[in-house]
Write a protein that binds this ligand. Structure first.
Ligand code: SF4
Length: 174
């Protein structure tokens, strides 16, 4: 099997333009470890956190949990910068090293139209890219069966089965 186009590294340096955090509607889907980490970071209980910062999203085969947005589509945690940076979701911390974007060089170069950090700055080596890609892929968004209602779903249902509460400190952050 031939090695991926990114195996020898890719240039990326975030310019902090905030284009991926603001001004356009989007989904920031939470994994179980994301949710636990953010609850701890904000000091909020499960239901309080859910009602204040998240919404349910119909994925076609169940529903997931996304961060909400402010009016104007800024991320709910954006306030002149990311206010939960140390605890930010894996979706955020691994961008732009995502499946889809890394499928081909063409996809990578196409994403540069959205992200000015792509193609500039220091080279992120192949091992680090592989690590971020794995972190992204192993932190799947929560997906709940339609039988669970958003209004009444509880912490045990969302997190209890995963065992993530015991392992959240070692979750796949970058
Ligand atoms: S769009 Fe790219 S350069 Fe801009 S904040 Fe996001 S990751 Fe950084």
């Amino acid at each position: 099997m031939s090695k991926p186009f990114w195996a020898d590294g890719l240039r990326f340096s975030c310019t902090r333009c905030s284009a991926c955090c603001r001004q356009e509607p989007g989904l920031v889907l939470l994994s179980a470890s994301d949710l636990v980490r953010l609850m701890r970071h904000t000091g909020l209980a499960f239901r309080v956190f859910l009602d204040k910062f998240t919404r349910s999203v119909d994925m076609g085969n169940g529903w997931s949990i996304s961060l909400t947005e402010k009016p104007g589509y800024d991320c709910v945690f954006w306030d002149g910068g990311c206010t939960v940076y140390q605890a930010r979701p894996v979706q955020c911390s691994t961008y732009p090293f995502w499946p889809g974007i890394l499928d081909s060089e063409r996809d990578w170069l196409s994403e540069a139209h959205e992200c000015p950090g792509i193609g500039r700055g220091t080279v992120i080596d192949g091992a680090e890219i592989a690590r971020r890609l794995e972190a992204r892929m192993s932190n799947k968004p929560i997906l709940l069966d339609y039988t669970f209602r958003w209004e009444t779903v509880d912490e045990d249902t969302v997190l209890g089965r995963t065992g993530v509460l015991a392992h959240a400190d070692h979750a796949g952050r970058t």
